[in-house]
Ligand binder design. Structure first.
Ligand SMILES: [Zn+2]
Length: 233
């Protein structure tokens, strides 16, 4: 109840109050949207492409069978990207997903590797958590990227079955067993022999992506690509 009320107040605020930059909280001037020009120019783009090997690929080497991984921005303890993700996840600013998706989608749209992606899939939230937040913070990002890739956005085929965090403090084997139950593929046939791009907000240890990719691998012949809004360097 309290949460819903605070969402409503946020909405009213965003109509009545002048708009601030989600990166640095300065007042936006005419023509600026979501972030100010200074932040826009300072966004730490990784400039990793899907063509060459990059540090995101190296996170997943030997762990899961994926074709390629990448990330749009660097996530640091302080700064623009951290603020953007914070507003997106905790301050009811779903539109940031659209802003990032537009930018990243334009970057990826002419990439040879991603030319024939069939489906773009967001890392799912547990239904309880999604209800509480009001949206999955990756959905709008994924939808927007899908449009640029001429791919279909797919929700509810990969689902989260338990409302727990992905374990990062257990041994690898224990973690693997835990993760088996966390994410589930509901339709194996649909993804059979398909090329899929799985998207998340921030890659830290890679545990969440790994768990999702293991679930997706249940579809025979699936080809998995991973990307995120940001990565902890
Ligand atoms: Zn700014």
């Amino acid at each position: 109840m309290f949460h819903k009320l605070s969402n409503i107040l946020n909405d009213i605020n965003s109509v009545l109050l002048p708009k601030l930059c989600f990166g640095c909280n300065t007042l936006l001037i005419r023509g600026e949207e979501h972030i100010c020009t200074v932040c826009r120019n300072q966004l730490p783009l990784t400039e990793y492409t899907f063509n060459a090997e990059n540090p995101v690929d190296r996170i997943f080497y030997g762990r899961i069978n994926i074709s390629k991984a990448s990330a749009f921005l660097f996530f640091t303890d302080q700064g623009i990207v951290k603020n953007l993700i914070h507003y997106l996840k905790y301050k009811n600013q779903e539109q940031i997903g659209y802003f990032l998706g537009e930018w990243y989608g334009l970057t990826l749209k002419n990439n040879n590797y991603l030319r024939d992606i069939d489906y773009v899939i967001p890392v799912p939230l547990h239904p309880k958590k999604r209800r509480k937040r009001g949206y999955n913070q990756v959905s709008l990002f994924a939808k927007t990227v899908a449009i640029h890739l001429n791919a279909q956005y797919l929700e509810n085929v990969l689902i989260k079955t338990a409302n727990t965090r992905t374990q990062t403090n257990k041994t690898r084997l224990l973690r693997w067993h835990n993760k088996q139950a966390l994410y589930l593929l509901t339709d194996h046939k649909l993804l059979r022999n398909k090329k899929v791009l799985l998207l998340d907000d921030v890659i830290t240890t890679g545990a969440t992506m790994e768990a999702c990719a293991i679930a997706l691998s249940e579809a025979p012949g699936i080809e998995i690509y991973l990307a995120s809004m940001a990565i902890v360097p």
